[in-house]
Design a protein around this ligand. Structure first.
Ligand code: OGA
Ligand code: MN
Length: 283
């Protein structure tokens, strides 16, 4: 039987909408294979109008690999009361205590949990409650960003390694158990090459700008190079912007794509549930 899905690429450097699927159903293996192929090609996939439960989200996510539990958050305990593999991204509070991560402010450009040796290779985010304005999410294609670097910068970064900060989340909040460091050479977190090789292709692997440091450089030189790479990597032509509707499910490749989120009106509500697909330890 022909797979019912249709892939409609965005008019952008990455991303596609997938139509024709109800993710609350158990999908046929061939459908999962088609989604995986589209994900590899387009890096970000959007499924609209998905009325799915947390169990559905976990079951769908598991079709793409093992799942990672959420990172340590500023509260120091999971936001979801009974789903260990679901993180809650929300600005709601109860008695002043956050019920989810990232609040209502901007989340700066980042990839998720790259402070780990083996960060998740993907994430799947389900929009449950979305604000009437603001809170858009952006994605940037790091294959395209690498390809557009000039030859001198490609040579300069070929064997360089950077520290990916584990102390702060993308909203700049300190994770429970971490202390502020004033010297970026002491930033806690995994060290990863600035260039990832994926077969013949190469991608920039930047993680997040705050508290990053390129080993074996002076702090001033590291800061200058990082600023230049970040300015190049986050240009409009490499990016797509997603305005949320309730029921959207977005899945992103986490290691070849950066994402960020706009701030939104604190008086409005934004609640999203997210899973993460474990990275390949050999990658
Ligand atoms: C995340 C994240 C962005 C958003 O879940 O990792 O960065 O739009 N979310 O909520
Ligand atoms: Mn994120």
């Amino acid at each position: 039987m022909a797979s019912p899905l249709t892939i409609n690429p965005f008019d952008a450097a990455l991303g596609a909408e997938v139509t024709g699927l109800d993710l609350s159903n158990r999908l046929a293996d061939e459908t999962v294979t088609a989604i995986q192929a589209a994900w590899d090609q387009h890096l970000v996939l959007l499924f609209r109008d998905q009325a799915i439960s947390d169990d559905d989200l976990v079951a769908f996510s598991r079709r793409f690999g093992d799942l990672d539990e959420p990172a340590v958050n500023p509260q120091g305990k999971p936001y979801h009361p009974d789903q260990p593999y679901i993180n809650v991204i929300s600005n709601l509070t109860a008695n002043g205590v956050p019920l989810g991560n990232l609040g209502d402010g901007e989340a700066v450009w980042h990839a998720d949990m790259t402070y780990r040796e083996n960060p998740p290779k993907g994430a799947i985010l389900h929009g449950l409650t979305v604000p009437p304005a603001g809170g858009a999410t952006y994605f940037a294609n790091m294959f395209a960003a690498y390809d557009a670097l000039d030859a001198d910068d490609k040579a300069l970064i070929a064997n360089k390694v950077a520290i990916h900060d584990g102390a702060h989340n993308s909203a700049g909040m300190l994770r429970k158990g971490y202390a502020e460091q004033t010297d970026v050479r002491n930033t806690p977190g995994a060290r990863h090459p600035l260039v990832w090789r994926d077969g013949d292709r190469k991608a920039l692997f930047l993680g997040r700008r705050p508290h990053s440091y390129i080993l074996d450089m002076t702090v001033a030189d590291s800061d200058a190079l990082l600023d230049r790479l970040w300015a190049r990597a986050t240009q409009d032509q490499f990016m797509v912007r997603h305005e949320w509707r309730a029921g959207d499910v977005l899945m992103w490749e986490n290691l070849r794509v950066l994402h960020k989120r706009d701030a939104f009106d604190p008086a409005s509500q934004r609640v999203m549930h997210r899973t993460q697909i474990s990275g390949d330890p050999a990658a």
